[in-house]
Write a protein that binds this ligand. Structure first.
Ligand SMILES: C[S@@+](CC[C@H](N)C(=O)[O-])C[C@H]1O[C@@H](n2cnc3c(N)ncnc32)[C@H](O)[C@@H]1O
Length: 277
């Protein structure tokens, strides 16, 4: 493993910084729980089997790496790559603590994958493809490293409307002139498919998978947002953004959303009671 991390991605987030790595690791359990079902689906679609060699692109601290390593078993192998060596070191340490001996880490830019051709049975990429400056280029590299018939399975965020927790504050950051976050860069209809086509893939299927974030109050959601890396990234060029970001407005919009969801939940509860009668 090379000890040096590569450049920050196009969003300007320095994923190799101690601060970000510490935060990403701290929130790993919560994140893995929220996107757990979507992650399992990503792994199912990659068709992982015992003994498979899996390439994990932009693996971060390795939440999905470990799950893949468990699926392929001791006769299999997972290569976790990322531009940040610090992120990968957390993944390696966790793999070691979990007794997994089939995980290797390697610092590598997703857009310049230096791997033997036809050497992997499957490729996975969780919540990272949209961060690359040239997703088709990254996908072409993945395709080159895949054995014939292998699959690449990637998890990306859907549209802002379907993801209001991120979408509401990001719309406000954008209105204030902040950096346009790449968080939703592959979300509009056809864009993800186009990226895969540009990567040379012919058989492409896109599945929608929903997930819920649970907060005990709007205040807790706001606190989580204040700490979120994507917010820090998006508001990077707002100057003294913490003062400028209108948290009261974000709170109001989240409260309205929460009230609307509660109404829907109560209506559904009434409906199912009526059906039981
Ligand atoms: C949102 S995190 C996702 C990490 C992990 N896949 C997960 O789901 O927990 C994005 C990751 O992409 C990595 N990354 C961003 N741009 C990259 C690039 N061009 N090449 C390799 N890794 C990159 C970052 O270092 C970071 O670990």
């Amino acid at each position: 493993m090379s000890a040096k991390s590569l450049d920050p991605n196009r969003a300007g987030v320095n994923w190799a910084s101690d601060e970000i790595v510490e935060e990403w690791s701290r929130n790993q359990a919560r994140r893995d729980k929220v996107i757990g079902p979507a992650t399992e689906m990503m792994l199912d679609l990659a068709d992982l089997r015992t003994g498979y060699r899996v390439l994990d692109v932009a693996a971060g601290t390795g939440g999905q790496t470990l799950l893949a390593a468990l699926r392929v078993g001791p006769t299999g192998y997972v290569l976790a790559t990322d531009s940040s060596s610090r992120m990968l070191q957390v993944a390696a340490d966790t793999a070691q603590k979990s007794g997994l001996t089939n995980v290797e880490i390697r610092v590598m830019d997703a857009e310049k994958l230096e791997l033997d051709p036809d050497s992997f049975d499957a490729v996975i990429c969780r919540t990272a493809l949209m961060l690359f400056s040239n997703p088709p280029k990254a996908l072409r590299g993945m395709r080159r490293a895949m054995k014939p018939g292998a699959k690449v399975s990637a998890l990306v965020f859907s549209t802002v409307e379907k993801n209001p927790y991120q979408g509401i504050p990001l719309a406000i950051v954008r209105r204030l002139g902040g950096t346009v976050s790449p968080q939703f860069s592959l979300s509009e209809p056809g864009v993800l498919e186009e990226a895969f086509r540009g990567g040379g893939f012919l058989e492409i299927t896109i599945h929608a998978v929903s997930f819920r974030r649970h907060f005990s109050s709007v205040a807790e959601a706001i606190q989580s947002l204040r700490d979120a890396i994507f917010i820090r990234d998006a508001k990077a060029n707002l100057g003294d953004a913490e003062r400028k970001l209108p948290w009261a407005e974000i709170e109001r919009e989240l409260t309205t959303l929460h009230a609307g969801r509660l109404r829907v939940a109560r209506r559904d509860a009434h409906r199912s009671r009526d059906q039981v009668k």
